[in-house]
Design a protein. Structure first.
Length: 289
């Protein structure tokens, strides 16, 4: 009997891409430090790219191929693997997972960021969502058969929390929590979501703080600032797309962030509030506190 073939995934393509890049770098006589300087990334990020545990942008791959003076027969293979691992639709177990291009860009930049600052004025940010809440959000959009594959992508997204070198700060409006707790028809979802956020708030690299009603701040309902060695990016994420901020908007978001952070509850006060709401929700309180 022939040996069973390993399951092929986009991760295996990414690993192969990393191996080819590492081999090309060594043939060019360059160190990993020199390579990461070329694309303006940290050495840890460069190591992850070559190990196939994180993706590489089109622009960075172009720079490396040019400087490595990759052989003509190697460059097409590199680009073919890059396109497969960055494809908006991948095949897994016979099912097509439609990953929007905009969401793939968000995932890539979140992986490369050293810090993530998230402001939520309307709903709970995707990185903070527990599985029941994710499903409930997709049901509300009438996505039906898309729920399972999209859920897998968003669960995979939360692996970014496992990087202990990254720091996450989430500011939630008191209104966002009230909107969550008002979902009386889905009380179990509310309880699970509150419990999930309380657990995340207990991690060393994750901070969650609530901005109370008396904090006057007229900003976009949601925005995320990604901080990295190459500078900052900012975007607003919706259920169906994402909008990246321009330089002027980025400055405004920074100013709004500083203002809201200064008047938000402390992490300790926020954790107490989340736990209190969770207990009340579990007891059937219609407002969750």
């Amino acid at each position: 009997m022939a040996p069973e073939q390993p399951t092929h995934t986009d991760e295996t393509d990414r690993v192969q891409l990393g191996k080819l890049l590492r081999a090309a770098r060594k043939r060019a006589g360059m160190t990993q430090v020199e390579a990461r300087n070329l694309i303006g990334k940290s050495q840890s990020t460069m190591a992850k790219i070559e190990a196939g545990t994180t993706s590489i942008s089109r622009e960075s791959l172009q720079k490396l191929i040019a400087v490595y003076e990759t052989a003509s027969d190697d460059a097409p293979a590199l680009w073919a693997l890059w396109k497969k691992t960055n494809s908006p639709a991948r095949l897994r177990h016979g099912k097509r997972i439609g990953t929007p291009v905009w969401f793939g860009e968000v995932l890539d930049k979140e992986q490369l960021a050293e810090e993530l600052w998230s402001w939520t004025g309307e709903r709970i940010h995707g990185l903070l969502q527990c599985e029941p809440y994710m499903i409930d959000q997709f049901d509300g959009e009438g996505r039906g058969p898309e729920i399972s594959p999209r859920l897998l992508q968003r669960q995979k997204r939360q692996r970014v929390f496992e990087d202990g070198h990254k720091r996450f700060v989430f500011l939630l409006s008191e209104s966002a929590l009230d909107r969550l707790c008002a979902q009386t028809a889905h009380r179990h979802v509310v309880t699970e979501q509150l419990r999930h956020m309380a657990e995340l708030a207990g991690k060393d690299n994750i901070t969650i703080r609530v901005v109370p009603y008396d904090a006057v701040a007229y900003v976009d309902p949601d925005f995320i600032i990604l901080r990295g060695a190459d500078g900052d990016d900012a975007y607003s994420e919706y259920l169906t797309n994402v909008r990246w901020a321009n330089a002027r908007e980025l400055t405004t978001y920074h100013e709004a962030w500083d203002a809201m952070l200064s008047i938000s509850l402390s992490p300790e006060e926020t954790l107490k509030a989340l736990r209190r709401r969770c207990t009340l929700s579990d007891q059937g309180d219609p407002d969750g506190g």
